[in-house]
Design a protein around this ligand. Structure first.
Ligand SMILES: [Zn+2]
Length: 297
């Protein structure tokens, strides 16, 4: 028994254990002419994989690629839907990123749920149940931290494997530093000594090792950013910062194209209760859509 458990463990390590995870920005074209970027490169079982981005649809994938197809980036990507969105979203450092859909279809809203580190066990499971009961399979963007995930492996697996959720994984950093005694401009990622690279790549690697694919979206802890952090997202990491002006616990209103913000880690249950009460009226007016559809068709 012990022996077979050991082999299972080895097997799962070799399935998901990854090495040399790094930023790797190149471009390539699909046969239909569609422009793709590689964002990251890593090795698994001595095989090389890439995190890739479709610059029109904002969809990411993990795949092996023929190295010969990968070219240095030109200006071309900057004119893509992705390039324009990245440029515009990273100008909004005061808000921590883009706050609402730029291209919403009628009656569409976008749900984001943050999983900041928490001492509480469990997650807002009942809310997720009610949500999917009412809306059926529901698109939701979950802003994940490694700190929450590593303390809540079972809960993460339940979320990730919920067949009624269509999840976009947002990068909410590796450790999500927060000190209640510090002012915002010295707090969260603006805290001195923040290792930006580790915060960003650490969470992506954690997600990939759990078998899920990170999206191209990033959410600043506390929605607190500054210009140099935005520059890092734009010039180094190629991630789109997603803010909100429909933070439910702050009583901000939901309208067409809203990017709704709640916390799923039980640290802000009043927001969950408020949204729960709004679900019947939301269901009569709006549909939840995947976050990338806030920006592209
Ligand atoms: Zn957070």
């Amino acid at each position: 028994m012990l022996k077979s458990l050991f082999f299972l463990l080895l097997l799962s390590l070799s399935l998901f254990g990854i090495e040399n995870y790094q930023v790797f920005i190149k471009q390539y074209q699909a046969e239909d002419g569609q422009l793709f970027l590689t964002l990251r490169q890593f090795t698994r079982d001595s095989k090389t994989f890439y995190l890739t981005l479709n610059t029109s649809t904002l969809q990411t994938r993990i795949e092996p690629l023929e190295v010969i197809r990968l070219m240095p980036i030109t200006q071309q990507w900057q004119k893509s839907e992705f390039g324009e969105l990245l440029y515009n979203a990273t100008k909004l450092s005061r808000f921590g990123g883009i706050r609402e859909a730029t291209n919403p279809l009628p009656h569409t809203i976008f749900l984001t749920m943050d999983m900041c580190p928490s001492q509480k066990s469990g997650y807002e499971e009942e809310f997720v149940h009610h949500l999917t009961q009412r809306f059926g399979k529901t698109p939701i963007a979950i802003a994940m931290t490694s700190a929450w995930l590593k303390a809540h492996e079972k809960e993460f697996d339940a979320l990730a494997n919920n067949p009624l959720l269509d999840i976009t994984w947002i990068n909410h950093t590796h450790t999500h530093f927060y000190d209640r005694n510090l002012p915002n401009e010295e707090n969260f990622m603006r805290h001195e000594g923040t290792n930006v690279k580790e915060e960003i790549l650490g969470l992506e690697q954690t997600l990939i090792e759990k078998g899920v694919t990170p999206s191209v979206f990033f959410r600043f802890p506390g929605l607190i950013a500054d210009e140099s952090l935005m520059k890092a997202l734009r010039d180094t990491y190629f991630l789109i910062p997603i803010s909100s002006h429909a933070w439910i616990a702050k009583n901000e209103a939901i309208k067409r194209g809203s990017i709704i913000l709640i916390h799923g880690n039980k640290n802000e249950h009043q927001g969950i209760t408020l949204l729960e009460h709004k679900l019947p009226s939301l269901a009569s007016t709006f549909t939840f859509k995947p976050l990338r559809e806030a920006f592209v068709k």
